[in-house]
Write a protein that binds this ligand. Structure first.
Ligand SMILES: [Zn+2]
Ligand SMILES: [Zn+2]
Length: 185
């Protein structure tokens, strides 16, 4: 983690950047989001979760491409902004209009050839805060689920899986759409 300190803004700086972008580009309409690095992201650059409001960024990816960090944050913020306004938060007309308004033409090719992995289907992430394991589900999981790794047998209330509703995740690469159609469940 030592290189994180040298190259990447720390989380409090990201939080300030979020606040500045929110005021400059979104009229302050985006509710507070926690901004975090997720060291487990392999081929994900960024991800926005609406409940709880959370934007996660890949430290691995942005150590290699620090110039792409602000744009990715803005990208996730457009999703969050549309969601907050009750508009379609996916890569639809409103999204593209806002992108154009912010001068973000450079990722049009990204949207054309490669949609995000969770384009339309609502997804749930179950995360264990202890071991940081994550499971993706299409349907809302039942209440009282605990982490299979941390619990010895059956339900263990000490290791609950936190349910997060994810709608959009942004991949690192521009692979063809077909290659991304793997089923996470
Ligand atoms: Zn666990
Ligand atoms: Zn997106």
């Amino acid at each position: 983690m030592q290189s994180l300190d040298n190259v990447l803004p720390d989380v409090s700086e990201l939080q300030l950047l979020f606040a500045r972008f929110n005021n400059e580009h979104f009229g302050g309409e985006i509710p507070a989001h926690r901004i975090a690095y997720n060291a487990r992201f392999g081929n994900l650059a960024g991800r926005v979760t609406y409940k709880p409001p959370l934007i996660e960024l890949s430290p691995k990816h942005f150590e290699r491409h620090p110039e792409a960090l602000e744009e990715t944050l803005l990208h996730e913020m457009i999703h969050a902004w549309l969601f907050a306004r009750g508009q379609n938060p996916n890569h639809g007309t409103a999204f593209k209009r806002k992108m154009r308004e912010l001068g973000m033409r450079s990722i049009y090719h990204d949207l054309g050839s490669a949609g995000p992995r969770q384009e339309s289907a609502r997804r749930f992430i179950l995360r264990c805060d202890r071991c940081t394991m994550e499971i993706l589900r299409k349907r809302r999981p039942p209440a009282n689920v605990s982490c299979g790794r941390c619990s010895r047998r059956g339900f263990d209330p000490r290791f609950p899986l936190r349910v997060m509703e994810v709608v959009e995740a942004r991949d690192v690469t521009d692979e063809p759409r077909a290659a991304r159609r793997r089923k996470p469940d």
